[in-house]
Design a protein around this ligand. Structure first.
Ligand code: URA
Length: 240
């Protein structure tokens, strides 16, 4: 979120108009990290600096979403007693309010959105919304066009209801095959179970995109960046 002027932050928060909050600051009614802040132009960082106005804490909650390139070997959780979690990779202001949108298996790599926007996460994950997710998969077993048809028809993966129709794009076929698969729901181990249903075992899985957000090819494994304005808009459009 970066640094911003104290008077601007307070005004943005609705504590008062810009001139009212300047007066509040000059008259000693605002403190930053326990010290009276006398200067409206003082720079503060939301999520790091503790700001009180008339003794009451001002929390500047701004929704933010990051894309993270999840490496294999870490778990999608906010805390875990023995495994490294995706959150261990992040150093962002107000981190305690952030969480991963959905989950990837420990051995799955690729795009994971991390947000503090509960409403957005709920919309993206809600079963009725059918947000697209595309994965690259390497599997043991020969993928054939008939498998594409089976994915498209909705596979029985052992749940009471078959999987929704999914798109399989075969990239190479051999003892080891490669494909891209797009699913429109998010069941537990969904992609692995879909390939298992056609007799193939997933040996590598990477999520390439979710809800119109494509993993940035320049992001190294373990790296993250804030979504661009354009990506945020795309996400807003997806969830409607
Ligand atoms: N499907 C899976 O089987 N695993 C994942 O991590 C994501 C989708």
């Amino acid at each position: 979120m970066g640094k911003m002027r104290l008077d601007k932050l307070l005004a943005n928060m609705g504590v008062g108009t810009r001139s009212q909050v300047k007066t509040m600051i000059r008259t000693g009614r605002v403190s930053v990290n326990g010290e009276i802040a006398g200067k409206p132009e003082m720079k503060v960082e939301d999520g790091r600096d503790r700001i009180l106005a008339d003794g009451r804490e001002v929390c500047y909650v701004k929704y933010d979403t990051y894309m993270f390139h999840k490496p294999a070997g870490c778990v999608t959780a906010t805390n875990d007693s023995h495994d490294r979690t995706v959150m261990d990779y992040l150093d962002i202001p107000g981190k305690e309010h952030f969480f991963p949108v959905g989950r990837l298996d420990k051995d799955t790599e690729g795009l994971l959105l991390i947000t503090n926007d509960g409403g957005m996460a709920h919309d993206l994950l809600s079963p009725g919304k059918h947000v697209d997710k595309t994965y690259y998969a390497k599997v043991e077993g020969r993928l054939l066009p008939e498998h594409g048809k089976a994915f498209g028809a909705g596979l029985d993966i052992g749940d009471p209801k078959p999987a929704l129709p999914a798109q399989l794009r075969i990239l190479s076929s051999g003892e080891i095959s490669e494909a891209e698969v797009t699913v429109h729901e998010g069941r537990f181990h969904q992609v692995k179970r879909m390939f298992a249903a056609v007799g193939c075992r997933v040996i590598y899985l990477k999520r390439l995109s979710m809800g119109g957000i494509v993993l940035d090819g320049t992001l190294e494994k373990g790296a993250y960046r804030r979504l661009t304005e354009e990506e945020r808009k795309r996400l807003d459009a997806t969830k409607k």
